[in-house]
Design a protein around this ligand. Structure first.
Ligand code: HEC
Length: 252
């Protein structure tokens, strides 16, 4: 019985504690509100992260899998979502059949900065700024990597040749990156008054990108905890009934 209880507790404990893993390839492991079995998104960080995306990253990166109305999920009201959408224009056809533009609606996808990849490359010295909708899942240790990438612009080590039009980045593969250093201290003025250090901005935008890539994380974790609890209880009851049956069979 005791070993069973310990087993069940160990099973439940799995995932409850995200052990601080050693830094991997120069990407330090950070603390995130959404780590562990009870992890949730920090709504304030998500809204600040959206502000960083909107004011900085969206100049080059699309997030084409998001609609403005998805922002309700991170705590914006209907009216706020409508106001955010209305800052953008989308192509449409007017009543005469001519091309026209209209204000974006909450149901529209996020505005893309470039009409296509060719235009995006042309504006970025040949490098393509990838869509960020799923980026936090597309890279190993996504949020940690994004923070390390955004904070990884340093002086190159002696002898390292930075290619024409590129910047040195400590964690980007090959270290020559086509993205100029996008954020610095006070790059944005946070609506909630939080001090906008580079580290804060990087952490917030990485949180926002994680939410974009996995909006249902909280639900998944809630279900996971319930299932683990159920399995734990089930194993206890199974063990108890096994003991009862064994006692009967053995005639004690
Ligand atoms: C001036 C345009 C520009 C801005 C602004 C910009 N980026 Fe980039 N970004 C790029 C380009 C170009 C690349 C592709 C780099 C390459 O392939 O060398 C890139 C690549 C990336 C990558 C992928 C790196 C990889 O491992 O492939 C991430 C993640 C990223 N940017 C995040 C951001 C975030 C977050 C912001 C806002 C804080 C931002 N970018 C702002 C142009 C930009």
């Amino acid at each position: 019985m005791r070993s069973m209880m310990i087993g069940a507790a160990a099973l439940l404990g799995l995932g409850l504690t995200a052990p601080a893993l050693a830094a991997e390839g120069g990407v330090p492991h950070l603390e995130w509100s959404f780590s562990g079995a009870f992890g949730t998104y920090d709504r304030a960080a998500l809204q600040r992260g959206f502000q960083v995306y909107k004011e900085v990253c969206s100049a080059c990166h699309s997030m084409k899998y998001l609609s403005y109305r998805d922002l309700r999920d991170i705590g914006f009201s209907e009216a706020e979502v409508k106001a955010i959408a209305a800052q953008y224009e989308v192509a449409t056809i007017d009543e005469n059949g001519d091309p026209a533009t209209r204000k974006a609606e909450p149901s529209d996808r996020f505005h893309s900065p470039f009409p296509n990849d060719e235009a995006a490359r042309a504006a970025n010295g040949g490098a393509l700024p990838p869509d960020l909708s799923l980026m936090a899942k597309a890279r190993h240790a996504g949020p940690d990597y994004i923070v390390a990438l955004l904070s990884g612009y340093h002086e190159p080590p002696p002898g390292f040749v930075v290619a024409e039009g590129k910047s040195y980045n400590a964690v980007f593969a090959g270290n020559n990156i086509g993205m100029p250093k996008p954020i610095s201290d006070d790059q944005v003025t946070y609506a909630d008054g939080t001090k906008a250090t580079l580290a804060q901005e990087a952490h917030d935008v990485a949180t926002f990108l994680m939410w974009a890539a996995e909006p249902k994380l909280e639900e998944r974790k809630r279900i996971g905890v319930k299932v683990m609890g159920f399995l734990g209880l089930l194993s206890i009851f199974t063990y108890l009934s096994y003991r009862r049956v064994r006692r009967k069979v053995q005639g004690h």
